[in-house]
Design a protein around this ligand. Structure first.
Ligand SMILES: *Cc1c(COP(=O)(O)O)cnc(C)c1O
Length: 457
């Protein structure tokens, strides 16, 4: 067997990738008030802002789109969508939504009341926002290993079972309508959750008659980690592992923009008939009729194909090889990152990369902006700008971690793009002393990282 893992596809359609001059990038960033979220995408060369909805579709997906039946009700495209999701999840009720957050919104609207508590290994930001908007307390109960940046452990995304039990005892079953488990754990760096942990979470909740809902956005990447790292799963297919994961939960939300391998879409699934009735009513009110949710028939077709492609072992082997390739190269060049790399991204430790920039001068933003100016690479800060907060006296408090995420879109970039990213990072590390911190000159009240303005110090 050759050692080189090559892309299990060849390229039929290309999209030109502009590489504008440094002068043009300087101008573009100035115009964007030094916030890469405000850049026009044609001014970006390698876009690692997110892996959400940014993947490339296969020939089979594009062909399936032509079969899209756009009937308002009873479209065969929905039947194919439903059949595929039922095959993978084993769920009785399948509802399409336009994105993951729409599924979360319906879950929060129909199954919670103000004052409730929903524990999760780690809530994704839209999940947390949906619950908090409904007056629900969203608790993160990540395992101890998940809190240690440099610790290499196989399943750092796991639920902390002892904490979960004490939360149940503290708030009582009446205030916990359900618990959630997010695979892979996006907020903790795309770290996987083991089958043993999913099973143990379910068993514990069952004792108290509390249902378990899976945030399944990266279920296929998680299945691959289980196959590679968990005892007893080496010979099981990704499809069998995914089915087993879903067999442990009562319902699931999903953003098809991740492991659905499509540019837009989501779903909400459950076993319980009462839940399904509530979901159906909310779906019709918010998204659309039950056989299309917020999607076109062609979107349903593309997702039905994409979900099965995500479980293709050759695809997952390649997918994980791209992330490991980047992580290994960073290791060799002493570029500090969170170990081990997750399923969909590598997180650079900006605090260690730029030790001369204090947290409240935003080392993450300094690195993000330098990556753009030097290489046209767009990344995202997960540090004091995104997670910092103000105390009662109005003083700004930094986040514990200052990270820069390089999220890898699916099937989009090839090895030379990665070599280019590594070269830019390597040069930046050599010249890091020239980087300066930033201060915020404008910020909105909510989710400031998206639209705030910065100025170099
Ligand atoms: C992306 C994501 C969501 C939200 O999905 P959208 O399609 O962006 O609305 C929820 N949970 C996790 C873990 C995600 O990564």
């Amino acid at each position: 067997m050759p050692h080189t893992i090559m892309e299990p596809f060849r390229i039929k359609v290309t999209e030109p990738l502009k590489i504008i001059s440094r002068e043009k990038r300087e101008k573009a960033l100035r115009k964007a008030h030094n916030n890469v979220f405000l850049l026009p995408s044609p001014d970006v060369s390698v876009d690692l802002l997110t892996d959400s909805g940014t993947g490339a579709m296969s020939t089979k997906q594009w062909a399936a789109m032509m079969l899209g039946d756009e009937s308002y009700a009873g479209s065969p495209s929905f039947r194919r969508f439903e059949r595929t999701i039922r095959r993978i999840t084993g769920m009785k009720h399948i509802f399409p939504t336009h994105q993951g957050r729409a599924a979360e919104g319906i879950l929060a609207l129909t199954r919670t009341k103000p004052g409730d508590v929903v524990p999760n290994n780690s809530h994704f930001d839209t999940t947390r926002a949906n619950f908090e908007f409904a007056g629900v307390k969203a608790l993160d109960l990540i395992c101890e290993e998940g809190l240690q940046n440099d610790l290499v452990a196989p399943f750092k995304g796991n639920m902390h079972l002892e904490k979960l039990e004490s939360v149940i005892k503290k708030y009582g079953r009446e205030r916990i309508p359900f618990a959630m488990i997010t695979v892979t754990n996006n907020t903790s760096g795309g770290q996987p959750v083991s089958m043993a942990n999913i099973r143990a979470t379910k068993a514990l909740l069952q004792k108290y008659d509390i249902p378990l809902v899976m945030d399944a956005c990266r279920f296929a990447e998680n299945a691959y980690f289980i196959q590679q790292r968990e005892e007893g799963y080496q010979d099981k297919s990704l499809y069998a592992i995914a089915k087993e994961m879903f067999s442990c939960v009562d319902a699931a939300t999903m953003s098809l923009k991740k492991d659905g391998l499509v540019n837009i879409g989501g779903f909400l699934v459950c076993q319980d008939d009462t839940w399904a009735e509530d979901f159906q009513n909310a779906l019709i009110l918010r998204e659309g009729f039950i056989t299309y949710g917020g999607l076109a028939g062609r979107d349903l077709e593309a997702a039905a194909v994409g979900l099965m492609e995500a479980l293709d072992p050759e695809y997952q082997t390649y997918r994980h090889a791209t992330v490991s390739y980047l992580a290994r190269a960073m290791e060799q060049r002493n570029i500090p990152y969170v170990k081990p790399a997750g399923g969909h991204a590598v997180f650079i430790d900006a605090k260690a990369f730029l030790p001369h920039i204090p947290p409240l001068e935003y080392p993450g933003i300094a690195l993000v902006n330098a990556l753009y100016l030097d290489g046209g690479i767009r990344s995202v800060e997960l540090g004091s700008v995104m997670f910092g907060h103000f105390d009662e006296q109005g003083r700004e408090q930094p986040s514990t971690l200052e990270l820069v995420r390089l999220a890898i879109p699916r099937r989009v970039y090839t090895q030379s793009h990665f070599d280019y990213i590594i070269e830019i990072l390597d040069t930046l590390l050599q010249e890091r002393d020239r980087l300066k911190g930033y201060r915020i000159t404008y910020q909105p009240k909510l989710l400031r990282h998206f639209t705030c303005h910065f100025e170099t110090l």
